[in-house]
Design a protein around this ligand. Structure first.
Ligand code: NOJ
Length: 553
């Protein structure tokens, strides 16, 4: 980082980098099956009740057995944890409770030996109030790393330091927005700076430093938190897109195989053809009110919801409403393909650390094979939220933890409870700490699912998910980049991937059937799944039935 004159140094690079062509996303990403680890809750190796990196290392064999090949870690950096680590106080240091930077490097190497890459979570838009940059800024009026106003206003928080005024928050008040500039100036907001001002350019340079630091230690790339929040008042996200593009062009030059995956609540259509510098969007559309596939399953209303919308994967869905929900998803999917082209990939998660798990409310474990069949045979990149592969459920009534209460009606702690490894062991094998010291309480259900029991049961959800991952890995036809032809949209859902593989999914509790015309009158050889029969042009699906078939002419 050029501390002397960062604005000038980086500013020069902008023009040439933003016009350079970006390479296609790397093959490894297009073929990836991602596994998200919330580090607090995966495996505790030192008995302090909180998960850590050596704990993850001890379970790499499990991840290799499952077949996933990319781990996405939620932030593991130094933090006061007022938003579970999404409030970083040092981007270049692993939080002591998770281990050391050396532990991360060792984990990356061990994972690499098993063909597993590691993505970190880059919290680009804000820091913690404890970050030294903010500590300096709150006491020094000439500092422009953050956005300071001389008057109160929406999203502005009173200064906690000697500096008078208010700072702009990006999420919780403890998360001050880094100043990446505004897309335009405004007379009534004289504090605004453009993106080429010194403060915003210094922050851009800092992003490069952070990205480079971790890529040099072997990480494969980053999920980018609130990636589209950086430049303020940016209609069409033109300046934000240009910023990421500039960073991506630099990154791809220095680290051709590395990727940037933005958190996204809609598939971005800005900068069509240029991809805005990103390799794939992490889509939340499956959970939100538009085009909901899974929605929040009864865990509570999300900040932007007034009521729960119908979703496709509701076992008791009104078929007309569920079909409409799938149609909305499809509309977005097709729009994305048409606008962004096939090179722009989309990640669809089974769930994540912000939303309810697949098993939640009336969405019981019986439906999960159907849900996973969809995730692993659709043309998006699947991301499995830790524990979903055994059917861990969203827990109601869990105490607030590290900023988990998003709105009074929704507590994220319910999807962040400890991994259930083995019910024979204390704390289900997650930790040797006294139960009261666990990061969050375990599911108290005596029949809670656990890895050990499911590994021994070839008919378990875990084995089914593993088989689907193997199918996905061995069958490019059901992966990204091949066409999907819908034969029936509704219940059951029937589609053909790449002209060769037929997929049938019935998320409903009750049996369904539909008449279809198989391409070229072909026959269907069963590969995986249960409860689906094809007979004389009709697909019959039992309740929660699902299957993948190979078509032969
Ligand atoms: C999105 C993250 O997924 C969420 O967990 C976090 O609270 C906010 N961004 C703020 O960083």
């Amino acid at each position: 980082m050029d501390e002397q004159n960062p604005g000038a140094a980086v500013g020069t690079a902008v023009a040439s980098e933003s016009s350079a062509a970006l390479p296609k996303p790397p093959e490894w990403l297009a073929n990836a099956v991602i596994y998200e680890i919330y580090p607090q809750s995966f495996a505790d190796s030192n008995g302090d009740g909180i998960g850590d990196l050596p704990g993850v290392r001890e379970h790499l064999d499990y991840l290799e057995w499952l077949g996933v090949d990319v781990i996405w870690f939620n932030p593991c950096f130094a933090s006061p944890f007022r938003d579970a680590g999404y409030d970083v106080s040092d981007y270049l240091a692993i939080a002591p409770r998770y281990g050391t930077n050396e532990d991360m490097t060792a984990l990356i190497q061990e994972a690499g030996k098993r063909g597993i890459r590691v993505l970190l979570d880059l919290v680009a838009g804000h820091t913690s109030v404890d970050h030294p940059w903010f500590r300096a800024s709150m006491n020094e009026e000439s500092d422009h790393r953050y956005v300071w106003s001389d008057r109160p206003g929406d999203a502005f928080v009173p200064s906690p330091g000697r500096r008078p005024g208010w700072y702009l928050k990006n999420f919780f008040p403890e998360q001050p927005a880094l100043n990446f500039g505004y897309a335009r100036l405004a007379e009534d907001e004289p504090w605004r700076q453009l993106t080429d001002a010194a403060g915003p350019q210094e922050n851009r340079a800092a992003l490069r430093e952070i990205i480079g630091y971790w890529l040099d230690r072997g990480v494969a790339g980053f999920r980018v938190d609130m990636a589209f929040s950086l430049v303020k008042d940016d209609p069409g996200l033109v300046e934000t897109t240009a910023l990421w593009r500039e960073l991506a062009v630099w990154m791809k030059g220095a680290y051709p195989d590395a990727v940037l995956l933005p958190e996204s609540d809609e598939w971005r259509t800005v900068d069509a053809g240029a991809r805005g510098g990103f390799d794939a969007d992490f889509s939340l559309v499956i959970h939100e009110e538009h085009s909901a596939l899974f929605n929040n399953g009864g865990a509570g209303l999300l900040p932007w919801q007034e009521s729960t919308e119908p979703c496709y994967f509701d076992p008791d869905a009104d078929p007309a409403e569920g079909t409409l929900a799938f149609g909305k998803f499809l509309g977005l999917w097709n729009h994305h393909l048409e606008t962004n082209g096939p090179d722009r990939l989309v990640v669809l998660p089974s769930a994540d650390h912000d939303f309810s798990r697949l098993a939640c409310g009336n969405r019981t474990s019986g439906q999960l094979p159907a849900a996973f069949t969809f995730l692993l045979t659709w043309g998006s990149i699947p991301s499995i939220y830790f524990g979903d592969e055994i059917g861990m459920r969203y827990l109601e009534g869990v105490p607030e933890k590290e900023g988990s209460i998003w709105t009074p009606k929704y507590n994220r702690a319910g999807c962040r409870t400890p991994m259930q490894w083995d019910n024979v062991l204390a704390n289900a094998g997650f930790s040797t700490a006294p139960p009261d010291d666990l990061y969050l309480p375990l599911d108290p259900d005596p029949d809670r699912p656990a890895v050990a029991a499911q590994r021994e049961d070839p008919d378990s959800l875990l084995h089914f998910v593993r088989s689907l991952v193997q199918l996905r890995k061995s069958t490019p036809a059901v992966g990204t980049g091949t066409p999907t032809r819908l034969l029936a949209v509704g219940y059951p859902l029937v589609y053909v991937r790449n002209g060769t593989h037929l997929v049938v999914i019935n998320p409903l509790r009750r049996a369904t059937q539909v008449a279809v015309e198989l391409p070229g009158g072909s026959t269907a050889r069963h590969l995986i799944g249960a409860g689906v029969r094809i007979d004389a042009g009709t697909v019959y699906a039992d309740g929660f039935g699902c299957g993948v078939f190979e078509l032969a002419g």
